[in-house]
Design a protein around this ligand. Sequence first.
Ligand code: TXA
Ligand code: MG
Length: 339
Amino acid sequence: MVRVIRATQQEIDSAVQALRDGELVAFPTETVYGLGANAADPAAVRRIFEAKGRPESHPVIVHLDSPRYLHRWVNDVPSAAQQLAERFWPGPLTLIMPKGANVHEIVTGGQDTIAIRVPSHPMAQQLLTAFGGGIAAPSANRYGRLSPTRPEHVRDELGDSVKVVLDGGECQIGIESTIVSCIGEVPRLLRPGAVTLTQLKTVLPDLTDAAASDAPRVPGDQRVHYAPLSPLAIVASDEIDSRAEALSAGGHRIAVLAQRLPMHTYRFVTWINAGRRPDAYAHDLYANLRTLDTAGCAQILVQDVPADERWAAIRDRLARAAAGSVDPASISGEYRILP
Ligand code: TXA
Ligand code: MG
């Protein structure tokens, strides 16, 4: 594993200059790489949407180095947000709050709320502190593609539209932040991530799991988000070998993402053993899916992951990937195991 923790002063200076010039800067966070622009510069934020090919109605997260500038972006920090921030920031948690009066609508997708995150990655912290303001940043991928967890993913996908890519090696967590809405009476979990429901409930026992329901929670949160190039299906653990074997015997090239080694060697099967530890599995998930997706296979089979909470965020991302690869009319939005 490659972990580069800090950038040189020269790298930070050129990234800050690019942000001030209205250019885009990709930077590592502990979750995934972000595609950043000066959040106070609407023209710069608009470039993010152009570079990603993302509709402008989808709001972006504003990143801060600490809660000290919250008042610039948020109108009346809800007490639930205050408590979660004290416990989990800096870290992989994004909070939805009422937006401040001066926040431009390109940042919020025209909504009256704003998403804020204080990342813990030292390089993100260096950049945010040197810049001294908010950096609007979605994940640094083309719209509808996998989030990048390595700098080469960003360069491959976004190329010249990004002025500076800060190289922090591999992201430690590997999947996007937990999102909690602190709007309304009861705080709601909107997107599962490394901060778990149980951890959130230790601070706010009433918090509800809106991520468990099927309704779209926010713009840009449609179930079909990542659409793999090869169809992806989730397969029960005890059937993964037989499925792979049967398909490869039929002459198909098959990719498998499993939590163990195969029982036998199969001729046309690319098999990745991602292991049984949820943190290691999450760390490699997007890089593994990228590898399998570009292996030119007729089908990607993913071994069903355990139902316990430590796998909740992984299940969520796999369900989205599976949903992206079937006929949209038949999508239930559920984590479904292939019948
Ligand atoms: O880990 C992460 O969260 C990464 C890193 C770069 O911080 N960022 C990330 O951004 O995943 P993005 O844009 O790919 O996902 C942000 C999600 C989107 O689904 C968006 O709709 C939601 O946050 N969001 C942003 N602003 C919102 C708001 N005001 N209300 C509800 N949801 C919001
Ligand atoms: Mg994204």
